[in-house]
Design a protein around this ligand. Structure first.
Ligand SMILES: C[C@@](CO)(OP(=O)(O)O)[C@H](O)COP(=O)(O)OP(=O)(O)OC[C@H]1O[C@@H](n2ccc(N)nc2=O)[C@H](O)[C@@H]1O
Ligand SMILES: Nc1ncnc2c1ncn2[C@@H]1O[C@H](COP(=O)(O)OP(=O)(O)O)[C@@H](O)[C@H]1O
Length: 300
């Protein structure tokens, strides 16, 4: 059966990308984590996990670059396959190991929560089959320690997020569409938050959380100035100012390919894609991907 442009299989676990629609930093905890106000939604660009469980053993992980883009290298091989991988940490909460192949399409360091969504898919699977090794409150804390946005990714429903990522209020589920611009740039979340602190508060951004406003964007551009060049090139090309996803590097616009006058060149994992070449601007190509909102009920 075709489902979000994928062949749906009962043997695969589905990990949708997380899109941060807006983010305000409203405080700093003693341990260095930032308190945020944010709206997040899951979208139809999927990593898929093929998991053969075995209890009490190590998890043997492998990762396959499944976007299959020959033009753009998202450095998927850089993802560690040892106990630092989020998926391994998630399976360990249930005493599980075995074999897992990750078909990766969510670029690491793209601000789309790929590592968090991968472990969330494993946690949803293990919760449905096995007993956790911890009690409920210890389990929630352990999940949050794997990544601040893992609780959102486990839930897969549009939500307003606060705390460091663990407090959420449901948003109104819609079927919004977005075009993601996947850039060949790895943006490091801890570095971006650190730079945010060094830059001091942005007085323009005081007040309510604005849709598509992201306090981390200036810091992400300060860490990786090439992001600012892509932002200008995207704005010139599409006559719209794109928004940054989370701590970057992905930029996105609300709407679909028709709105941006883009022609689909292929389809992958729930999304149509197209190249946008910025060679004339002295930049590489980016991969534009057309996605729609995904809800928890879509995964059942
Ligand atoms: C920025 C956001 C939101 O859009 O997502 P990404 O862009 O990474 O996808 C999240 O806040 C990221 O969540 P996540 O990527 O899970 O972060 P973690 O792995 O827990 O933390 C990595 C590092 O980022 C910093 N960090 C993270 C979350 C937070 N609320 N405050 C922080 O200061 C900490 O320095 C931490 O050591
Ligand atoms: N399963 C995983 N998939 C991707 N990255 C992972 C995974 N486990 C650990 N990581 C680490 O997390 C980093 C951030 O990747 P990711 O979560 O996809 O992006 P972001 O934090 O920008 O949303 C990667 O560079 C990688 O080192």
């Amino acid at each position: 059966m075709r489902w979000f442009g994928l062949e749906r299989s009962p043997n695969l676990l589905y990990a949708p990308a997380k899109l941060t629609l807006g983010l305000k930093v409203i405080g700093l905890r003693d341990d260095g984590y930032h308190l945020i106000d944010s709206e997040m939604v899951s979208v139809s660009l999927f990593d898929t996990l093929e998991y053969e469980p075995a209890s009490g053993s190590a998890l043997d992980l492998s990762i396959v670059d499944s976007f299959g883009s020959e033009e753009i290298d998202f450095n998927i091989c850089s993802v560690a396959l040892d106990s630092s991988n989020t998926i391994t940490k998630g399976a360990a909460l249930f005493g599980m190991g075995g074999h897992c192949i990750v078909y990766k399409r969510i670029p690491p360091g793209g601000g789309l929560g790929g590592g968090s969504s991968d472990v969330a898919a494993m946690i949803r699977y293990c919760t449905s089959k096995y007993e956790p090794l911890l009690n409920a409150s210890e389990l929630s804390s352990a999940i949050l320690r794997i990544g601040a946005d893992v609780p959102f990714c486990v839930g897969v429903d549009r939500a307003f997020i606060s705390g460091i990522g663990e407090v959420f209020a449901p948003g109104v589920a819609r079927r919004d569409k977005f075009v993601l611009f996947l850039l060949p740039v790895h943006s490091s979340t801890p570095q971006v938050y650190r730079r945010f602190d060094e830059m001091g508060p942005n007085l323009d951004s005081l007040g309510e959380l604005g849709e598509f406003e992201n306090d981390l964007e200036s810091a992400a551009i300060a860490v990786s100035p090439i992001l600012g060049r892509y932002r200008s090139a995207l704005t010139d090309r599409f006559k719209r100012v794109p928004s940054m996803a989370g701590s970057g590097s992905t930029y996105f616009c609300n709407g679909d390919f028709d709105d941006l006058d883009l022609r689909a060149m292929g389809e992958v994992a729930g999304a149509e894609w197209s190249y946008v070449d910025f060679g004339d601007d002295g930049l590489g190509a980016v991969l534009a991907v057309s996605v729609q909102e995904v809800h928890r009920s879509d995964l059942d």
